[in-house]
Design a protein around this ligand. Sequence first.
Ligand code: SF4
Length: 267
Amino acid sequence: MSTSSGLVFDIRHFSVHDGPGLRVTVFLKGCPLSCAWCHNPESQSFETETYMRIHRLDDKEFEFVEHIGNRMSVNEVIQEVEKDISIFDESKGGVTFSGGEPLSQPEFLRDLLKACKAKEIHTAVDTSGFASQLVMESIIPLTDLFLFDIKHISEDEHKKYTGVSNSSIFKNLDLIAKSNKKVIIRIPLIQNITDTGENLKLLREVIRKYPSIERVDILPFHNIAKIKYERFGKNYTLGNAEKYDDQKAEQIKNYFNEVVSIVSIGG
Ligand code: SF4
């Protein structure tokens, strides 16, 4: 039985956008990236965080403290996941480990994946791909499906908007794709950042190289996270950007459909 533990900031039941069937999504806290468009700013820090929230009712204000992040053992997470085990069987679902960046807690993630494997639960890992090759090689055999984000092909632009180089990300994508594990690519569509003609063309070339990529999800920008940034007192550089244009997203979907048969908008 595993004794490792890790920092989790949410566990959501009945997820329908994080892999096949009905799923439990376990969000691991902490991410080495700081994407300008991140929808989960509370996921980025590797520490537990505390915020003061104010609720107003009529003319009264009620203050309460909100804690983000919970240290959990593998067994505690698996007990939560197992509540839905009968639904996994019926819906062909399973568990998805997301973040933050789940590969940033490699021992915890490995132990969680092993525990799921022992119980024959389908596993997906939702990742930015930012990890060492050693970590990625240890995760691949334990994972049934990768949800793999690719953002920008230009290293300079990638650094500018996410804070890190993309070189390990594309090397890790190559490792996964060549291992013949199933991969769903996710591309955030951010106006004038990731949706330039050149970037989309080069991302499409990457996808075309790998037959194991069975689907692409394009994720058009929306700014519903604005309220979270305000609540947590964090700076949101894209806070005033508009929701992504539906028609343009549809055109980009068709563009990727030329190289991969399943492309969906929004995952
Ligand atoms: S990789 Fe994901 S969790 Fe990390 S900063 Fe970017 S969008 Fe947020």
